[in-house]
Design a binder for this molecule. Structure first.
Ligand code: 5GP
Length: 182
């Protein structure tokens, strides 16, 4: 694993290796595969930008060919903290009426994005909505929202890598890094 990563004047230290991540991606994939057994054309919704790498690995690992993949885009973060204001930047283009839907998110922090997204999605009348997240910070919750599938529950510290950014950078890192404590 690489050592420290410096970006925008902040230092990050290794937290989760790619091997550990892929192990948990496989576990979550098998839970979703078994819950979707018998489902006709489920729709996976990848939440841009942060979830694109997790979604790519997860959806391929789930291995359901008869599925659709769609993308939505929401923003709430500036730098290393939530603004508390969630904006939809790109809406859903796939028809989800009567379909089983799995939202794939990078991280649930306050839960505000998740709650807004599920609210928006329910207007399109899906048969069911499940929520999968790579990371969950239960201690940061401002909503009590609980994802159906969680690869890792983590403490409320800012992290980067494997799709997660700092001001748009470092999404490309294979591993996950946490901000260095003073
Ligand atoms: P929430 O609405 O649950 O507070 O935040 C969800 C969004 O905040 C995530 O999709 C992600 O974009 C951003 N976010 C929350 N915590 C972190 C973090 O530790 N690192 C990064 N890079 N983004 C985060």
């Amino acid at each position: 694993m690489d050592n420290k990563v410096k970006v925008n004047g902040l230092t990050f230290v290794p937290y989760l290796t790619r091997d550990k991540i892929l192990e948990q991606v496989k576990r979550v994939a098998s839970e979703i595969r078994s819950d979707l057994e018998g489902s006709s054309e489920p729709v996976f919704i990848c939440v841009l930008n942060g979830a694109f790498i997790f979604a790519a690995d997860l959806i391929r690992e789930i291995g359901i060919n008869d599925c659709k993949i769609a993308f939505v885009r929401y923003a709430s973060y500036e730098g290393t903290s939530s603004t508390g204001h969630v904006r939809q930047l790109t809406g859903l283009t796939e028809d989800v009426e009567g379909r089983d839907v799995v939202i794939i998110e990078d991280i649930v922090d306050t839960g505000l994005t998740a709650v807004k997204m599920i609210d928006d999605l329910k207007k399109a009348q899906p048969k069911s909505v499940r929520f999968a997240t790579l990371l969950h910070k239960p201690e940061s919750s401002r909503t009590g929202f609980k994802p159906d599938y969680v690869a890792f529950a983590i403490p409320p510290k800012f992290i980067i890598g494997y799709g997660l950014d700092l001001d748009g950078k470092v999404r490309n890192l294979h591993d996950i890094y946490v901000i260095e404590e003073d």
